[in-house]
Design a protein. Sequence first.
Length: 273
Amino acid sequence: MENNLEEIANKIRINTVKEVYYAKSGHPGGSLSIAEILAVLYFKEMKINPQNPKDENRDRFVLSKGHCSPALYATLALKGFFDLEELKNFRNINSMLQGHPDMKKIPGVDMSTGSLGQGLSAANGMALAGKIDNKDYRVYAILGDGEIEEGQVWEAAMASAKYKLDNLCIFIDNNNLQIDGTIDKIINPYPIDKKFESFGFYVININGNDTKEIEKALEKAKQIKGRPTVIIAKTIKGKGVSFMENNVGWHGKAPNEEEYKLALKELGGEADE
């Protein structure tokens, strides 16, 4: 399974669609756009052990855009942190899988997120702690491109550079859409690469839906010393489901039964009995 990252990304998408359909709520668009990034991180790159999710020497991950939890939960379940059947309980009041990740209840979740703009600050803390403790773990985070309109992101970015956090690597999920429309029409963050460069980051631009480009970028990030790395991943919101792709209406909406079956058919999945 770990050898076919595209296949894993597709399974993440299938389970993401199922979760949102079961719950009748959730955020499919931005979850589908990050499937390849999560597949590469969890099934190729990160040092993690589902049997020991709190291992002090593990690599850490922060989903700063916490509303895209369906993709993270699907990834964790596929990796073996908990049973795939648990995904059916997404957003159920009695389930550990709430709308946003909870580090106290969900195995494999390193940081509770949901309030946008705060994830980089938490990732900084983890990376700085690793430096102080002379640990060799790495810290990864995914931020949304709409999320970087939050001022705290840039305060945190200054701190990342100040403390020379070369054990920190963040992804910007640049799918160009947020809940209100295209990001350049809300509070335009472009050029994202030049901004992060000016804040002291090493910048890599990639196709964020291409596993090979993601792998290559992560290898390069590990070679960078003395400063943090940002990988600006150009992605397609709703990737893999034709009627969701680049459609802002699917930012936070669940499919009906017909849409659900059509989405699974396009992804090569099957509806559960």
